[in-house]
Design a protein around this ligand. Sequence first.
Ligand code: ASP
Ligand code: MG
Length: 470
Amino acid sequence: MTGRKGSDGGEPTVVKFGGAALGSEASLASVMAVIRNAPRPLIVVVSAREGVTDLLKTAISTPSDRRKHEQVLQRLTALHDGGGTEVQRCLEDLRKQFGKLHRAAGARASGPSRSWLARAPPPLSDAILAYGERLAAHWFARLLERGGISARAVEADLIGLATDEHHGDAIVLLDRSEVPVKRALLPLMRKGVVPVVTGFVGRTPSGRVATLGRGGSDYTATCLGHLLDAGRVELVKKDVSILTADPRIVPEARPLSRLSYEEAEELAQFGAKVLHPLTVEPARDKGFEVVIRSLVDPSKTTTIGPALPGEGSRALTLLSPAAMLLLRVPGGRQRKGVIAEVSRVLAHSEVNVITMFTSSALLIVLVEHGAGRKARRVLDPFARADGASLEGPLDASLVTAIGEGVLADLGGLPSEVSSRALGVSATSRTLSFAVPVSAGHDTLVSLHRTLVGRRSPAPTARERALRGLT
Ligand code: ASP
Ligand code: MG
């Protein structure tokens, strides 16, 4: 296996462009400039162009509507104009996939289970969604070539980026991917060719295409960083940055210039939509930094890396609504294994637990909103024991404060936060409050005021440079 360094002696850099960054002519010009200035060897990862994944989703949700499918194909043709024969081939293949969708829907309509009608089989749905990224990679590689940058489109599933079988939110199997991915990409990089790799897709052990979940191209980028021993991974978004809170609810929210891996992971898990939840792990494992950059405003960058000594950042998330279930078990935690058993049955039914609060007899479980009723069914048997009861699903909001050492801030919190809380959970870097949905926004705002407002703003890039910090 090749060593840590790339062909020109430097560690490779992975730069991923989001769909919106590949959207307009103006932002494409900035994207080209980023690529020209990026250190080599360079690997580019692309998302589908803006709106394309949604278009494909609409096509999937109307499996029998051939006119709609034609419209989608026309729109995609226009969006990837100039992409050459490979783009043509992708569009023809996609038309065939639409044909399969149509036939699958027809078969279901006449079969016994009509309720399945509008739902495409997940492998077929993933096969269709993957065309957003395939088209983008071929189209963009051509664009780079025309701009004088030697580039080659690479379809991640075809080179053997391996995933598990969880269609729609697959996990990348790094061990299985390493040899095939290196075999495909290193020779290109050695020749000075920029691989333009499809984000969001991989191949399952049974040889099908699987997608990595919404926003999954970020995760592809850090996986490639891991597999190719990158020095750093940049996630270039058009105008997105990581802020201390959602600015639509907290207008005072400000950009975060640095997060530890652990803080970023918590942020993604607790609902900050800017980051795909699995993105950070490959970076933490290998120790490279992930830089999130805004194309529109280069001063808005967030660097995710090892925790630095001293205080951490403070960021707040709101997950709302979530479904809350309250299970009273007599004897409660004295009954050995009750928490494990509850977790096991929920996991077995594929219900994701967001968090749990426990007292001696009461177990509060928070799950995703759509899974509330299923969780109720799964937990019902526990409520049949003498004296046991089960309440819910009730709607709740989960407000989480994240940052190294945030537990120490607990004492200074406004009383309105604790008085509204239905449950609290805490670790040294997270404080989570479940509150009634109606109190979600207020809780977020008052926590922000207390935890972020009183801290001095993080230095800007310019201030850091002036102080010799960068
Ligand atoms: N195109 C996919 C999505 O829209 C993946 C990505 O953008 O990262 O979610
Ligand atoms: Mg996208």
